[in-house]
Design a protein around this ligand. Structure first.
Ligand code: BGC
Length: 880
């Protein structure tokens, strides 16, 4: 490609901005820099923070090249009015000479429970000019300690009967012998006799809750309060509900479902993994205009019943019996005299904490692209995209008509849906009509992974407008985009993003469709760097890293899945190592040292565990190896020892980052010792690594486990191993994530491009040629020769093989961080293959970075955008 580089045009582009406020400071000309996108603990205007010293960050915009922050001032006030008057009664940082605009730790007055904190920032630019104040932002503190909870955990333990009102304690069993108790409806009326100044609600559940006030749903989050190891901790959400409260009578209600707490989780149809009786905890805090306060909380005065949702389970689906609706159940005029008393659990022995992540939300809608009728009365809708979420159904018909929706990722040759690979997940939603005109329904407590929807029982012929796809996932804002001249690679990028969307649902899961959907650690660590390019996952991982630590064994072994359920293994190479690799990645990408500090001891315990469970620093040949590799098997002890070394190295760097210099040295020494042991045991004189597979060379080279003099030979053996397979890959989850990066590092960019561009088996292109819209779990998920792989393990929506995404951003477009947090950026585009252009943007914690190159008439042009307050080094290959 280098001969095409006859000319290089490099343009640094900033965004033009005009805002220029009048400054109160006399005699200082105002800076054209605009301060914006204020975030607290990675979120915009978050409610209910229980970090006592939250971290603040902001971005800046300017049309001047090379603009930097040289100082900042933060004002934080307890009211909007004070902030408006430039009074920071909680914190006035004064002018701080610093370039820091990310991870600035609150250093004001101690923050009390429920405190409201309004804040703004201004900065001094590179010429010492002051910017205007940013627009104000805010956050509120949470309840901070158990003492602030007055509510009790309530639920409904009665048997469901046709009248909706329970009697004894027996669980209904549906036709297919599944145990699917109905969600409970809980409610209470309360009176408010004065003008309300502010009302906040704090809610949690063992199970899933959906809160209602005066006939309306509170917030738009799904699957709250999220999934944790409930006996250790459970989170609560905070919502501002001031506008929902009336002067006079009010009603508050909740629907309470099994969710992860009591429903089916993982494989083997196991339910009630944490408990059998869901519980709700809620506290509504009303502040009156006259200064008075009141708390309405869950207690024995609430009433309970069953309602129209007669089944609700993540894996099995939801059934809605519309004739059983109880109109107005969540309004003040509803008569609940025949409802049951609630069950009250006095003490639930767990920590109740503010949710640190991002909630699951409806992110977008999808319209079907096609409807077929493979058999009489059976309609199949093609949504055109495999995704996770559910369907909104529109229907008219007679009361009692039952419309059944089944979901699948792929079709049988006869056009019917293929559901074998869902294993024991029933994935069926049912809607029973009430029969009064147009009915619109969407389930609330389930999701499916699907592209196709089978509709049966529909009273007429359903049209394309009667089915809408609802895409649901954790609200991780999209921060990346990638496009190049090869449509197949663009489809690959799209598949990667869609697999991330489909699997970042509260925890990073393996797949969204079959009876699994667990927080598999190996998958997550393999994919995390790619995930960070696609979406802002800082808060999402902040939450999940706690799940990992909660799941660590006494002996220090990290689990295979977090939260630790069903798949109970631990100490597994490449899977357990997520406990080190994920914090490292979050530190690298967001400059977050707090995750290191928070998880440092548990990471240390992991390394100690690995050391204690090795012989002469070699780890045993156990674990999952290079999972779903194709045609080659890498020795498990080689993989395990390599990861032992890699995690040790990363921990050494992290120890250094947080000032633990002694530890850093010790871990560095340990790394060198493991490297030596690895070399002695597995590396031969000619640079061959035991196993002689693509994966073992990737690990040896990428993890720096070889003596310098053998690297070149090992790199050649890697190329040989690819050539042996007729220039195809053979790696599984583990090796793949390092394959193209290692080839690039060792001067074999052309081979990396060759693998990227392949469309013959096995390759990404092969799945794309065969219609994939998400990343397949296995290279041979479907082949011309064999058709579908064994349905026992064959998902079409598993992100692990999407780990190549980071190479698209980091190498093809060449956007990467130099050191932690993108304060220093490197732009090193690597054109190759037959690409004539590539364009990527990535919104880092400092703002947008763009690398946009094209080759036209032998001329290479590169456009670059870098954010204010960062520096970038741009590397271009000279003409040779
Ligand atoms: C999951 C994987 C996981 C693996 C462990 C599978 O069932 O779907 O993605 O990492 O088990 O080997």
């Amino acid at each position: 490609m280098s001969d095409k580089l006859t000319k290089m045009i490099l343009a640094m582009i900033g965004f033009a901005l005009t805002s220029c406020a009048v400054l109160k400071d006399i005699g200082i000309t105002s800076s054209m820099v605009t301060v914006k996108e204020l975030r607290c603990e990675y979120r915009v205007n978050p409610l209910g923070i229980d970090v006592s010293k939250p971290r603040l960050s902001w971005n800046m915009q300017s049309n001047e090249r090379g603009q930097m922050q040289t100082a900042y001032q933060i004002l934080i006030a307890s009211t909007e009015r004070l902030l408006d008057l430039d009074v920071g009664n909680l914190w006035d940082s004064g002018k701080i000479d610093s370039q820091q605009s990310n991870q600035v730790v609150y250093a004001g007055k101690p923050l009390i429970p429920r405190a409201r904190c309004y804040w703004k920032v201004r900065i001094w630019d590179k010429s010492g000019k002051i910017s205007a104040w940013s627009k104000p932002s805010f956050w509120t503190m949470g309840l901070l300690s158990a003492w602030d909870w007055q509510g009790k955990w309530i639920g409904h333990d009665a048997e469901r009967s046709d009248s909706n009102i329970g009697k004894d304690k027996v669980k209904p069993i549906s036709d297919d012998k599944l145990i699917l108790p109905p969600p409970s409806y809980l409610r209470k009326n309360f009176a408010v006799d004065r003008t309300v100044k502010n009302a906040m609600v704090y809610a949690s559940a063992l199970g899933l809750y959906e809160l209602h006030i005066n006939g309306k749903r509170v917030g738009d989050d799904y699957f709250t309060p999220g999934w944790t190891d409930y006996p250790t901790r459970v989170y609560y959400q905070t919502y501002e509900v001031t506008d929902m409260i009336n002067k006079g009578d009010n009603a508050v209600g909740a629907i309470l479902a099994d969710g992860w707490y009591a429903g089916y989780v993982g494989f083997g149809q196991k339910r009630e993994n944490y408990g059998s009786e869901p519980r709700l905890l809620m506290q509504l805090k009303v502040e009156y205009a006259d200064g008075g306060k009141e708390v309405i909380s869950t207690d024995k005065s609430w009433k309970a019943a069953y309602g129209p949702i007669v089944e609700a389970d993540f894996q099995m689906g939801e059934t809605y019996d519309a004739p059983k609706e109880m109109p107005g159940w969540d309004t003040r005029d509803f008569n609940d005299s025949i409802w049951n008393a609630v069950a009250v659990t006095e003490n639930v022995n767990t920590k109740v904490q503010a949710y640190p992540g991002v909630p699951v939300k409806k992110i977008m809608e999808i319209r079907p692209i096609k409807r077929t009728q493979p058999k009489e009365g059976i309609y199949v809708f093609d949504m055109g995209q495999n995704f996770a979420g559910c369907i909104e159904l529109k229907v008219r018909g007679k009361a009692g008509t039952k419309v059944v929706l089944r979901f699948a990722e792929v079709l049988n040759p006869d056009g019917t849906i293929y559901t074998k690979n869902l294993r024991l997940a029933r994935c069926t939603d049912t809607y029973i009509l009430k029969g009064n005109g147009r009915e619109v329904w969407q389930p609330r407590f389930t999701f499916h992974g699907f592209r196709y929807v089978e509709v049966t029982g529909y009273p007429s012929q359903p049209g394309l407008d009667d089915i809408t796809g609802i895409v649901i996932h954790s609200d991780t804002p999209q921060v990346g985009s990638f496009e190049c001249s090869n449509p197949m690679v663009n489809q690959l990028y799209s598949n990667i993003v869609w697999s991330q969307r489909s699997n970042f649902i509260e925890v990073p899961t393996d797949c969204p469709q079959r009876d699994e959907r667990l927080g598999w650690m190996g998958d997550a660590q393999i994919f995390i760097r790619t995930a960070t390019y696609n979406m802002d996952v800082a808060a999402f991982f902040t939450k999940w890293l706690v799940d990992i630590e909660d799941a660590q064994s006494e002996k220090g072994a990290f689990p295979d899945v977090a939260p630790r359920k069903i798949a109970l293994g631990d100490g597994t190479a490449a899977w357990g190592d997520a406990g080190v690799i994920c914090p490292w990645t979050i530190y690298q990408v967001y400059g977050d040292k707090r995750v290191i500090e928070r998880h440092y001891d548990s990471m240390k315990k992991w390394i100690a565990y690995l050391k204690a469970n090795s012989e002469n620093l070699l780890r045993p040949a156990t674990g999952y190896g290079d999972w779903v590799a194709i045609g080659e098997e890498t020795p498990k002890d080689v993989i395990a020892t390599a990861y032992f070394a890699y995690s040790t190295k990363l921990l050494s760097k992290m120890a250094d980052a947080i000032g633990k210099k002694e530890d850093a040295k010790d871990f560095e020494i340990l790394f060198e010792q493991i490297k030596e042991a690895f070399s002695k045991a597995y590396v031969s004189e000619d640079g061959k690594i035991e196993g002689d597979t693509q994966t073992c060379y990737c690990l040896g080279l990428y993890f720096d486990l070889l003596p310098a003099e053998k690297r070149q030979a090992a790199a050649e053996h890697l190329v040989e191993a690819i050539k042996r397979r007729n220039w195809h890959l053979s790696t599984g989850f583990v090796g793949l994530s390092y394959l193209l990066p290692t080839l690039t590092q060792t001067g074999n960019l052309d081979i990396a491009y060759r693998l990227l561009n392949n469309d013959t088996f096995p390759s990404w292109g092969y799945s794309i040629k065969n219609g994939s819209t998400t990343i397949w779990e296995r290279w041979d998920g479907w082949t011309e020769e064999k058709g579908f792989q064994d349905p026992g393990m064959n998902s079409f929506n598993h992100y692990s093989f999407g780990s190549v995404g980071r190479w698209l951003f980091g190498t093809v477009a060449g956007i990467d961080t130099e050191g932690p947090g993108y304060k220093a950026i490197s732009i090193r585009p690597s054109p190759g293959g037959d690409l004539t252009f590539a364009r990527a943007s990535y919104k880092s914690i400092y703002g947008e970075i763009v690398s946009d190159w094209n080759i036209k008439n032998n001329e290479f042009t590169l456009n670059v955008v870098v954010p204010v307050n960062t520096t970038a080094t741009v590397y271009v290959q000279p003409k040779m």
